[in-house]
Design a protein around this ligand. Sequence first.
Ligand code: F6P
Length: 326
Amino acid sequence: MEGIKTIGILTSGGDAPGMNAAVRAVTRTAIYAGFKVKGIYRGYRGLITDEIVEFKTQNVSNIIQMGGTILKTARCKEFETPEGRQLAHDVIKREGIDAMVVIGGDGSLTGARVFANEFNFPIIGLPGTIDNDLYGTDRTIGYDTALNTIMQCVDKIRDTATSHERLFFIEVMGRDAGFLALNGAIASGAEAAIIPEISTEVDQLGELIKNGFRKSKNSSIVLVAESPVTGGAMAQAERVKKEYPQYDVRVTILGHLQRGGSPTAIDRILASRTGAAAIDALLEDQRNVMIGVVNDEIVYVPFSKAIKKEKPINRTLLETLRRLSI
Ligand code: F6P
């Protein structure tokens, strides 16, 4: 905390509903505590190209309900190089920024960690990604909204699936994680989820067919997590067409619509709480930690832990899904 007068804030990587609520919470809590706030546009790219504007409380008015991010976002290759990070550091010095709050997913927090260590610079991270794949927090900002979007889409697809008595493979996002697919399947009453976490252990599609899915039904919906490991919905559908030609198969890839929309109450509250906690963390001299929420309590997770890519999926949920789909 010592010496910190101005806090920079940026959003980076894939946008997620609730990022604006987080920007608002960080800005207002910082100003309330007596700091100056600077909004950095377009993630790390804007840090390198100096797209930085001072934020007052009005800059974040009427944004809590908005999807996307008013700060814009980017995936910046240049920041992955020492030269790019040096340029960013020069800008930080010039702008008089003494600490940063970075809102983003795995890649963004990895960048934050490297930069923080390289320049001994205080950074606090907020978990902003629909993928829910950051370790040390029960949920990430944007995950609940994306889950609700998936549920609403599957409800609609079910109408046509039932009418035509078809088998639908619906591909959802998640990068290398199956949280959206598994919980999306439970929330929408799908027959199954095919997820990367167990793809190498079990032939999920084979099991499904062996157990006679659609036994008692005239249509079926299977959620497939996008991933090279699952092959995505197309690969699953191709296999069924080849091995089980009796099924009338269709594929829907939900794509980027999963990232849009007004954040749910759960995401707004998560973003607001973690955003405020980011400033508390700086006041407590914390640095290089991500703010998480575990069992409804704020926790500080060192970057090295948050990004270690081992957030476990709750396997009992798979069993629940299986039991509910008979
Ligand atoms: O990390 C968020 C995410 O939406 C992933 O689920 C997905 O794999 C990826 O970003 C898509 O990235 P882009 O918007 O760059 O295509």
